[in-house]
Design a protein around this ligand. Structure first.
Ligand code: J2J
Length: 539
């Protein structure tokens, strides 16, 4: 098995420890401490479940025993694909307790993504919900087992059908639970936003990740009286760690899991549970701003609305305080590490017009031109970063590592930003060709590859177009061969490919030819840019 590693050079690791960022805690150790210090306090609310810290820990331990009794071994990787239900947390803390390594998939992922994660991570286990939003994940699990035979152990939350269910795992009384992990070990694999090609796997250590959500919880002033609503799917890095469910539990706050981020579901939960903070992507924030004035639900407990994952326009940002009566916090982060926040006591202009500043004094930020030289202060350039919670490498992907990291360990974020004199970043755009569709990142290349699999597609280029609601939508420019398929039929065919639904192009435009220059073919990047430009000019 390819070992999991995330190695900061020794002098950096020593510096991060000396500064007190890496404190030698693990997921298991912090949950144990909270369960001992505040056993009766409610930690997790999801569906009709309400678990105290002690109960969450006890459930995690039972799951740890059960999974090891099934035959999984410490060090094995387990794909976790669960919606926002309480069992997400018991399962994940159970995996940590057993020294198993979660690989976080989104509920929207389908066989193409799941098989890719399972293969790349060499996973032996797969935890799914029986069903969610009308989809039966047991069917997906059966398919995944056929495609990736090494995936020995499927466990289902709910009725397992042919698979064991989380509630009826063997008790594992005889199982000896392993000692706590070394905090510098990789704790889990997070999924990258897929800027080029398929998603990459991001190894995060206990030390680095716990630092990021502990510091985030401090920035967001979470404490035992805070209530964090997980509205976005919790497998996303934002609701997981900025400060997310883990930051909230770390701070002794309560986590409320919303099965959907829609106002119809989230507003009653805010009122019932006196939610104080939540995080949304911009399109959902707009929806909430629209729904809030007419709602019968009392939203007055909400102190902070975080918005991130994609650019929140200043004009929209200005409306948050007057309409929702709470403080806006802009969050510009990435699953690879660096997270920026506007601070709660920043002046209104900074809050509405910037995407915040880094968590850590030791987050190093470079803003470089395309030749690699620093841009003059205040001008736009490519953002590179390195620091105590930004990875130095992806898992099992030498090609991506060579492209994404400089020899001295800076991560090339692909984002184009400006920096204000106060050190706040303003996102201008990005250098690579993904589509940021309501916070879900879609690789143009990945979708083009799928389209090329259609018998009547000669060539395809996928670009982002501005979209009033989604921020960006995906548009595929297609050159047909033979009979030109109908756009709707091509979309329907894409849906049969076993991809997450958000990757199906929102729009398909047939063209007769792509531009070439006198010297030959233009690069994909130039081609996409020119198609996009021409289309927008005509619109
Ligand atoms: C513009 N672009 C943004 C913002 C992310 C917290 C918050 C978000 C993520 C996330 C995260 C943006 N304005 N406010 O992991 O912990 C775009 C950038 C960035 C990419 C990362 C977190 N906030 N983005 O969105 O890994 O392009 O993480 O590089 O999904 O989202 O995407 P992802």
């Amino acid at each position: 098995m390819i070992p999991l590693k995330q190695a900061w050079p020794a002098e950096f690791a020593a510096r991060y420890r000396a500064a007190g960022y890496w404190r030698g805690e693990t997921f298991t150790s912090f949950l144990r401490e909270r369960a001992a210090a505040m056993p009766e306090r409610i930690a997790v609310v999801g569906g009709d479940q309400r678990w105290s810290f002690a109960e969450l820990e006890a459930r995690a331990e039972r799951i740890a025993r059960g999974l090891l009794a099934l035959g999984l071994k410490p060090g094995d990787r387990v794909v976790v694909q669960l919606p926002n239900i309480a069992e997400f947390l018991s399962a994940v803390f159970g995996l940590f307790r057993a020294r198993l390594v979660p690989v976080y998939a989104l509920p929207a992922h389908r066989i193409v993504e799941i098989a890719h994660f399972a293969r790349t991570a060499q996973a032996r286990g797969y935890i799914v919900a029986a069903g969610h939003e009308g989809f039966d994940y047991r069917t997906l699990a059966a398919e995944a087992r056929r495609e990736v035979p090494a995936l020995d152990h499927v466990v289902v939350v709910g009725d397992g059908g042919d698979f064991p269910s989380l509630d009826t795992l063997p008790p594992g009384d005889e199982v000896k639970l392993p000692a706590d992990a070394d905090p510098s070990e990789v704790a889990f694999l997070q999924i990258s936003g897929g800027s080029t090609g398929l998603s990459k796997l991001i190894p995060r250590t206990h030390d680095d990740y716990i630092y990021s959500f502990r510091a985030s919880a401090e920035i967001c002033r979470l404490g035992p009286s805070s209530v964090y609503l997980a509205a976005l799917p919790v497998a996303h890095n934002f609701p997981m760690s900025s400060p997310g469910v883990f930051g909230a539990l770390y701070a002794g706050s309560r986590v409320v899991l919303a099965p959907s981020p829609s106002p119809e579901v989230a507003f009653p939960l805010i009122a019932r549970e006196s939610v104080t903070i939540t995080g949304l992507v911009p399109p959902l924030a707009l929806l909430w701003l629209q729904a809030a004035p007419g709602t019968a639900h009392d939203l007055s407990s909400l102190d902070v609305l975080q918005v991130g994952g994609a650019k929140f326009l200043t004009e929209s940002a200005r409306r948050v305080k007057p309409v929702l009566g709470c403080t806006l916090q802009q969050v510009f982060g990435m699953a690879e590490g660096l997270v920026n926040y506007t601070r709660l006591d920043d002046d209104e202009e900074t809050i509405v017009s910037t995407q915040g500043r880094p968590i850590s004094p030791d987050d190093e930020v470079l803003i470089l031109d395309d030749a690699g030289s620093p841009v003059p202060e205040g001008e736009a350039g490519n953002l590179l970063t390195r620091g105590p919670y930004t990875i130095r490498a992806y898992h099992n992907n030498d090609g991506a590592n060579a492209r994404a990291f400089t020899p001295d360990g800076f991560y090339r974020t692909g984002d184009v930003v400006k920096r204000t004199p106060e050190g706040y970043l303003v996102v201008q755009g990005r250098a690579n060709d993904h589509i940021n569709r309501a916070g879900e990142k879609i690789s143009a290349e990945e979708i083009e590859d799928h389209l090329l699999g259609h018998a009547n597609v000669f060539d395809a280029a996928v670009v982002s177009l501005p979209d009033e609601f989604l921020g960006e939508r995906s548009c595929a420019f297609v050159i047909a061969q033979g009979e030109r398929p109908k756009a709707a039929a091509l979309k329907a065919w894409m849906r049969t490919r076993g991809l997450a639904d958000f990757k199906v192009p929102d729009q398909i435009v047939f063209v007769d030819a792509f531009e070439t220059t006198a010297v030959g073919k233009v690069s994909r990047k130039e081609l996409r840019a020119s198609l996009r430009r021409r289309f927008l000019e005509q619109a």
